[in-house]
Ligand binder design. Structure first.
Ligand code: SAH
Length: 210
């Protein structure tokens, strides 16, 4: 799987414009197959989302890389990851920051992600919570960065409120068919939207969502 992972990094990420070497290295290290049910493991390095059960998917490698790159992490941050799913994005974030809190609304997925992350040695730096992530996770706020892996009609206000000053929130915004990845930066003047590219994610479900 190592050769497939390197191929993914070169062809799906670097050639499409991912430039942050820390992100490329992190994605070359994390074994994506370990986050998938056994019957889906041969699709681990496909150029797309992969089913993980409960009607959910593990995001496409390129989208994981783009979200991580847009968060502009340096290594010392506390990060919130909304929509744990398989736990793969949380593991990549743990390679890029100091402390990751990740929240998932489907308890079975949260439990499975917690087990996978612990087995791979991420247990100390990644904390898996079960609950509605549209409200954020006030106990551990503020966050330097918040990643959302499911689409919302608007950036959930509670997530913006839990950002540090100059902190970044990356969230797919739109309807159920098409969305743009928005990068919202907290500033003294209020939210500043930095950049947005077209994307397609499963819906965020809960308060302030679908
Ligand atoms: N980052 C994940 C992608 C999972 S897909 C990975 O790397 O595998 C998005 C996930 O968001 C799904 O598991 C879905 O159940 C979850 N989700 C949807 N609405 C949510 C909410 N309000 N709070 C927390 N998780 C939510």
């Amino acid at each position: 799987m190592r050769a497939e992972r390197e191929w993914m990094v070169e062809h799906q990420l670097r050639r499409r414009g991912i430039e942050d070497e820390r992100v490329l290295e992190a994605m070359a290290r994390v074994p994506r197959e370990a986050f998938l049910p056994l019957e889906e493991r041969d699709r681990a390095y496909d150029d797309g989302a992969v089913p993980i059960g409960a009607g959910q998917t593990m995001s496409q490698p390129y989208m994981v890389a783009l979200i991580c790159e847009q968060l502009a992490l340096r290594g010392l941050e506390r990060v919130l990851d909304v929509g744990t799913g398989s736990g793969y994005q949380a593991a990549v974030l743990a390679e890029l920051a100091a402390e990751v809190h990740t929240i998932e609304r489907i308890p079975e997925l949260a439990e499975r992600a917690r087990e996978t992350l612990a087995a791979l040695g991420y247990g100390a730096r990644v904390h898996v919570h079960a609950g509605d992530g549209t409200r954020g996770l006030a106990e551990h706020a503020p966050y330097a960065a918040i990643a959302v892996a499911a689409a919302a009609p608007e950036p959930p206000p509670a997530l913006y409120d839990q950002l540090e000053l100059r902190g970044r929130l990356v969230v797919p915004v739109g309807d159920l068919r098409e969305q743009r990845l928005e990068v919202v930066v907290r500033s003294p003047e209020g939210p500043a939207v930095l950049r947005s590219v077209p994307c397609r994610f499963v819906p965020l479900i809960g308060r302030d969502a679908f």
